[in-house]
Design a protein around this ligand. Structure first.
Ligand code: SF4
Length: 278
């Protein structure tokens, strides 16, 4: 079986930067290295850090004196300020610069009196963090149905987009929002790595009989990739090589592999290595 790998897959620079920051703290033997929420939505990477003694804490008040790393998804300004106010913590902000940009646009729109909408996922930490930059008054819109139900108003509407959304989904939601206000301002904050991963996955999905998408089941980015590939070819979303079932490939001559921006290369390499042996 021929194995095709997407040209762009795996860690984006934002995740790579956050992971490098944690590694640097481990190498410096810092005491009590803690991350506010899982560093990436990938259980294997989280396990690697746990093995090295890095802890995940859910809130700033849960953190013990030591180092507190803010992950690439970012947090609300309230949470960031609460962390900085703790004099017993060395706070390292690993928020991805492209998430920072989205946060800044949300703040700008709020300050300019727009009703701020975030096209994204309701419970996603990035969207929750961005909402905080619009004074927690922004609404997170997940679907066209939700956009349709927005009350008609004469408000100015400002939109930012969770960095990992599928452009086609965003377009559908924007069309519905268009009818709702007198003025619509949109910042397309889908990030460049997401923009590169998607067409690259589509390209190999077209050339393959089966697609394997590797990444955390809790990773928004990986789920979007799997949804996209599934519109083209039979697709399996796996977290690790152990989940692969040889019967998926009956009659298949070519299998394509792609991975979310939070999937470490050691996990991808295991999958590719296994598939090449089939
Ligand atoms: Fe940054 Fe995009 Fe990676 Fe998120 S997916 S960390 S926004 S580069």
């Amino acid at each position: 079986m021929k194995v095709l790998q997407a040209e762009f897959m795996g860690f984006c620079f934002g995740v790579q930067n956050a992971v490098s920051i944690v590694n640097k703290e481990i190498d410096s033997k810092s005491e009590n290295i803690q991350i506010l929420g899982p560093i990436v939505h990938n259980p294997q990477q989280v396990a690697v850090f746990e093995k090295a003694g890095v802890k995940t804490v859910e809130t700033v008040s849960d953190a013990k004196p030591g180092v507190l790393i803010i992950r690439a998804h970012g947090v609300t300004p309230k949470v960031l300020n609460a962390a900085i106010a703790r004099k017993d913590l060395k706070v390292i902000d690993a928020t991805c610069p492209l998430v920072k940009l989205e946060q800044n646009y949300a703040k700008q729109l709020y300050d300019e009196k727009y009703k701020v909408l975030i096209i994204g996922e309701n419970n996603h930490p990035e969207a929750i963090g961005v909402k905080g930059y619009a004074n927690d008054e922004a609404e997170i819109i997940e679907s066209e149905e939700q956009a349709e139900k927005l009350p008609f108003s004469s408000q100015k509407i400002g939109v930012v987009v969770q960095t990992t959304m599928l452009p086609a989904k965003v377009e559908g939601i924007v069309r519905k929002i268009f009818e709702k206000g007198v003025e619509l301002r949109i910042f397309n904050t889908i990030c460049n790595p997401t923009k590169q991963h998607h067409p690259s996955a589509v390209k190999i999905a077209r050339e393959s009989d089966v697609m394997i998408v590797v990444g955390g089941k809790n990773s928004s980015n990986t789920k979007r990739l799997a949804e996209l590939c599934a519109t083209i070819k039979p697709t399996y979303h796996i977290e690790s090589v152990d989940e692969i079932k040889p019967e998926w490939f009956k009659g298949a001559k070519t299998v394509g592999v792609t991975a979310g921006t939070s999937t470490p290369s050691f996990v991808i390499n295991d999958v590719v290595g296994y598939l090449e042996k089939i």
